[in-house]
Design a binder for this molecule. Sequence first.
Ligand code: ADP
Length: 521
Amino acid sequence: MSDAVKVLLVDDDEDDYVLTRDWLMEIESEQFELAWVDTYETAVEAIGRCEHDVYLLDYRLGDRNGLELLSVALCSGCKAPLILLTGQGDLEIDLKAMRAGVADYLVKGEIDAKLLERSIRYAIERKRAEVTLLEAFDELELRVEQRTAQLKQAHEQLQDFFDNASDLIQIVDLEGNFIYVNQAWRRSLGYSSAQMQHLNFREIIHPQERDRVLEAWQRWQSGAGDANLETMFIAQDRTAIAVEGSINCRWEDGKPIHIRGIFRNITERKLSEARQAQLLKEIEGANQELRDFAYIVSHDLKAPLRAIGSLATWLATDYQEKLDAEGQELIRLLVGRVQRLHNLIEGILQYSRVGRIREELVEIDLNELVSEVIELIAPPEQVTIRILSPLPRVWCEPTRMMQVFQNLLSNAVKYTDRDSSPARDGDRKQGNVIVSCQDRHPYWQFSVADNGIGIDPQYFEKIFQIFQTLSPRDESEGTGVGLSIVKKIVEMYGGKVWVTSQLHQGSTFSFTWPKHKVEHR
Ligand code: ADP
């Protein structure tokens, strides 16, 4: 490929071509390859092929001129520089040509080899610089477009994120005018875009809350930091919407700009809390009534029952001679039933006292308490009660704790002592009852284990219900209240009670008790 600069001369005068060719040959520093066309039409065709590095256009081309050719060349996308050649003193053409985009303008009479070479060189250099600049500009434009697209995408993602958030998001200016709210906000509060334009944050705060929130508003503006806020907004349909969230102020150059808030609609939660509180109140009321009822009824039943008992005993003693064996047996049964009824009433009274009559909480040493209970129970010879591990000190109502151990230990003794199954050596089986404690942080776990009659697993739940006993009514002197009292007391302190047992092997009753001081429920 030749390095020569390809020049096309468009001139209808052959003399000018010869002259130009001679000038170009004169130039030693550069090689030129000169082509020549002499009509406007052939020039249009040649320029359209874009084969040349530079074009020299004569202004006069028959009834056309070089400026027309110039505009055709530029329209056809000609990238090479065009130099216009004119006669002397056509200043007007010079200006027009420059505006139209020629690279240079040469007056024919003043041209010599040097001037031509310089003009061609400068025109080519300028054009190259121009092309490089244009390319750089195109590149820049492309980057701006890409960046704009990325920003648009990021903006859309952000918008999508806010709109799909379930929280209510808002931005207001320092006067309280809304700058932005997301869809969840609109959905919850129901204001239209047109309403939003005239809406002020102050107007959506529930009247009861307004003073408090506006006071806080001053603090947020003065940069008192982030603030949690639970309040009530007023929706478009005038319903109150309970919200909780956080508010913070955006600062720029040390000045507050706007206030952002992110809230959660907690109306449902608040309603269900209120319903729950109401329900609890009702249950508490009903419970209280029931406790009072149980107490009053049981209390009032005791007096006539005592009278019946006395009458029956009196009958049995004073009329002993007048009654035959059957009559005496019936009276014995009557006294027994009265006693049983008395025990039941006593059980109800005890049960109703738990939680109704409250003692002060004290920290007590369970070793002492359990020893005292054992002494009270006074187990028969064939039953031994042992405390396996040292027991801790716990916070409790002493009477209630005594009841728990008394009921568990007396059951253990009762249902061990009752176990008449002979041991292998033929003697009556020795009853063993063991009290122990384990650390189950944050609870203590206490167990009362015996080697008595045991309980069928199908009754593990049933025995904790009030009045539930496993032996037939007539045989049992128990009322079925003891374990239900234990359960009630333990649960009142947040603990649990359960049993593990195997028939004829023994039972272990366990319960947990909090280590720290708990006000009972
Ligand atoms: P009560 O002992 O007065 O009948 P409780 O509520 O204390 O009432 O006990 C309910 C039932 O659970 C008892 O009737 C008995 O059948 C069973 N039970 C309780 N403790 C034991 C135990 N240690 N061994 C076997 N059975 C027991």
